[in-house]
Design a protein around this ligand. Structure first.
Ligand code: PLP
Length: 381
């Protein structure tokens, strides 16, 4: 389809995105809304198209990693609320105010710094209930309460983040339940002290899929919105029909015969054990293809069949063995992630082959990969 005018492209299925959103809306308690996590260029899916469609679908709150990502959303005319999940340097707070963003206060001293900036600002207070990353410790009640007292800071929300919501074993479950309890205890104490914690949220994708937390105003899904679990085999309490949003494609640019015993690629690491046909694809590690995939059995789909990656993956190109696929030609489309002729290669497969999670796979897709938005099989914009 759309393809071959780009060297390598990601097809982003907007209908699958909307479907995944509805699936998640369906399992959260009524009154709990979706805060869509669109950091890291919407997990590599291209934030402008993703945020626009989510806003069209009624999502009113977005979360990003930093102020630059937030400003980029405003410049793309996203009007909903935007929470900056991470730290913002003092010399960038101007943009928090100017673009009407909500800044996370990552600790009590951080809130003092935000207050000292001198302009009114909306913040969400972050509580560390056990992840040990950002947030004021749940053990420091006085320090937490101080964050609600600043004259220029309007606390519109309070949140935490779970460490082990994806884990099925008893230990991970006990830890998650303890984190949720710590959060709820702290909220009670904040209210008892006469402060309003604002809108509340603690669950990201696995928190949503594995736990029911009452009284939350938002949930913060990232990976599940994009139709993926972090690992293929993960079982979740709520079973939802997630549909992968992203497919990654490139073009066959050259097909050649290789004699038995001939080596190909850098370092001659692959030697043809038989007389072979090899295709060169217009995609490489600078596009986000892990070099490890070639020695870990990685495959792509060409003409609905699997073709094994051979030789070292290069910066802009890679080689695949197409000896057993009839009639491969220049201009054929190679599907690196996605479906072709009933066959699938999933981000989950890449993840287990390279010992990572799908979050890293999709977020690593390079900036020079064209994002092509599709709806009902056609270009969406
Ligand atoms: C990235 C992130 C999320 C989304 O996590 P997923 O596991 O992708 O759903 C939610 N909250 C915070 C604070 C995050 O950093």
């Amino acid at each position: 389809m759309n393809g071959s005018k780009h060297r390598v492209w990601a097809e982003i299925d907007m209908d699958h995105l909307a479907h995944n959103l509805r699936q998640l809306q369906h399992i959260v308690p009524s009154g709990t809304e979706i805060m869509a996590v669109v950091k890291a260029d919407a997990y590599g899916h291209g934030v402008s198209g993703i945020a626009k469609r989510l806003e069209d679908e009624g999502v009113g709150f977005f979360a990003v990693a930093d102020v630059d990502e937030a400003v980029a959303l405003r410049r793309r005319s996203i009007r909903g609320e935007i929470l900056v999940l991470g730290y913002t340097a003092t010399n960038r707070l101007r943009d928090i105010v100017k673009y009407s963003l909500t800044q996370t206060a990552v600790g009590a001293e951080d809130a003092e710094r935000l207050q000292a900036y001198g302009a009114p600002m909306k913040i969400h207070v972050k509580i560390d209930t056990g992840l040990g990353r950002l947030g004021e410790s749940f053990e420091h009640l006085d320090r937490i309460l101080s964050m609600y007292r600043h004259s220029r800071l309007q606390v519109t929300g309070t949140f935490s983040h779970l460490a082990s919501a994806d884990q099925g074993e008893a230990e991970g479950k006990a830890f998650t339940i303890a984190q949720i309890r710590r959060f709820q205890d702290i909220l009670g104490q904040i209210r008892n002290a006469g402060y309003d914690p604002g809108r509340l949220h603690i669950q990201s994708s696995y928190g949503i899929l594995n736990y029911e937390v009452k009284g939350m105003d938002f949930v913060r899904p990232g990976i599940a919105l994009y139709g993926l679990l972090s690992s293929d085999g993960d079982e979740t309490r709520s079973v939802v029909d997630l549909r992968p949003v992203l497919s990654l494609k490139a073009t066959v640019v050259l097909v050649k015969k290789v004699h038995e015993g001939e080596t190909i690629g850098y370092g001659g690491s692959f030697m043809a054990s038989r007389s072979s046909i090899v295709a060169t694809l217009s995609v490489g590690y600078a596009d986000g293809i892990a070099r490890k995939l070639s020695e870990r059995g990685g495959c792509v789909l060409i003409r609905g069949q699997r073709a094994r990656i051979v030789g070292k993956i290069c910066m802009d190109q890679m080689l695949v063995d197409v000896t057993d696929i009839a009639d491969v030609r220049q201009g054929d489309i190679a599907t690196l992630i996605g479906e072709d002729g009933g066959q699938m290669v999933t981000a989950g497969e890449w993840a287990w082959r390279t010992e990572t999670i799908t979050n890293e796979i999709v977020a690593s897709i390079g900036s020079r990969v064209e994002r092509v938005y599709i709806s009902k099989g056609h270009p969406a914009f």
